[in-house]
Each structure stands twice: as C-alpha cells, then as structure tokens.
Ligand binder design. Structure first.
Ligand code: GTP
Ligand code: MG
Length: 203
C-alpha cells in the first residue's frame, strides 16, 4: 500500500468520543520509549505526525489519524512506565478495556516490542490479555538496527518460546527499524489485506 495522505483527526479521552467506526482501524501500543512515535512516522512517511510526548504517561489519549481517506491509524497510550501512580495505571486499564471491548471497527492491535530486550512481563501480560479477549493482534519488534540481525533473530526466538507457553502459535510479527526505514512495507501490506475484510463482520 502506498501512503497518499495521512492526517491527524482528533484525540479522545475515551472510546465514546472516538470518530464514528465507519472505516477499518488499527491501533499501535507498547511500552513507553519502545519507538511507537518513530514507527508511526515511518509508516505514514511523515516526520512528526505522532509527536513525542513531553511527559510520558501523563496524558492518556486515543489519537486518530486518517490514512488514504480509507482507514484509521490509532496511537494508544503507552504502558509500563517505571513510576506512575496507581490512578494513572487504573486510567490506562479502563481506557484500554473500554476501547478494546467497544471499538467495532478495530481490525488489529499492533503491539510494539523492543527487539533488544528479553521478554518483558508487561508486554507478555498485555499480549495475553488481548488474546484472552479475542482481539486480533500482531507484534512489531522495533529498533532492529541497534544490533546485529542474528541478535534480533535470537531475541525473537526467545520471545516466541515464551509466548508459545500460552499460545498455540506465534502471532504474526514484523521486524522494523524506524532508523533504517525497515519493515514499513510489510506492515502496510498486512493492513491492506485486512482492509479487504472490513465490512464482512460489521452490520
Ligand atoms: P514515548 O511516546 O515517549 O513513550 O516513546 P515512543 O514509544 O513514542 O518512542 P519514540 O519513537 O519517541 O522513540 C524513543 C527513542 O528511541 C528516541 O530516541 C528514538 O529516536 C529512538 N528510536 C525509535 N525507533 C528507533 C529505531 O528504529 N532505531 C533506533 N536506532 N532508534 C530508535
Ligand atoms: Mg511517542
């Protein structure tokens, strides 16, 4: 898929205030600093569409971007900040639960995982939570340029083996680098395919 247009639509504090679910939607989520803004900017070919927030974790908004006048890209708040208050964590949980449970046009949640790290508990918890709730998901390993390809591959193998303790198969995954512009085409092709299925399950 080629990006013809990409523009910010709105930020919503809760799913009820999101745009009408008339077109397919794809959400991006991950731990703070995983490279989410960089990835979104890479796949939309805009230098600063998804701005890096000054104070991570503070503003928890659901950000909608309209791509090719055809589908929504959604930038969700990050999780797993080292020190957030209980209130912020509960807000995140409520926001996410409401969004996931009610967003009828949500085709896939892309969970971003830092390719350099060993499996992190909060990533695994989040992925398992999506799975338990029947939400279609794909994993995006980020920052692959920061190490040798074989190192990335080894880390993904470890991640797989941990996930396979809970899952029957490894979800679809992508290896990306915003720095080297790697992986954008694959993610966009996946979205293009999924877009074709939209409408088949919405009444
Ligand atoms: P918050 O919104 O602050 O939670 O972070 P984020 O997940 O949006 O991450 P962001 O895109 O702001 O990137 C965090 C840091 O990682 C920045 O310094 C980026 O330049 C760097 N970074 C992101 N992606 C890549 C990548 O693919 N390769 C390299 N080398 N650095 C990256
Ligand atoms: Mg960001």
């Amino acid at each position: 898929m080629k990006i013809k247009s990409a523009r910010f639509i709105m930020s919503a504090p809760e799913w009820q205030k999101c745009p009408k679910p008339t077109i397919p939607e794809y959400a991006f989520v991950g731990r703070s600093n995983v490279g989410k803004s960089s990835l979104i900017n890479m796949i939309t070919e805009k230098r600063d569409m998804a701005k890096t927030s000054g104070t991570p974790g503070k503003t928890q908004l659901i950000n909608h971007f309209l791509i090719n006048e055809e589908w929504y890209l959604v930038d969700l708040p990050g999780y797993g900040f080292a020190k957030v208050t209980k209130t912020i964590r509960e807000n995140f949980d409520n926001l996410m639960k409401g969004y996931i449970a009610n967003r009828d046009n949500l085709m896939c949640v892309f969970v971003l995982v830092d390719s350099r790290l060993e499996p992190q508990k909060n990533d695994l918890d989040f992925i398992n939570w999506l799975g338990d709730n029947g939400v279609p998901l794909a994993i995006i390993f980020t920052k692959a340029d920061k190490q040798k390809p074989q190192h990335t591959a080894a880390n993904i193998d470890v991640f797989k083996s941990v996930l396979l303790q809970y899952w029957e198969e490894m979800p679809t995954y992508f290896v990306t680098s915003a720095e080297k512009k790697q992986g954008a085409d694959e993610v966009l092709d996946f979205i293009e395919e999924a877009n074709k299925r939209f409408g088949k399950f919405i009444v």
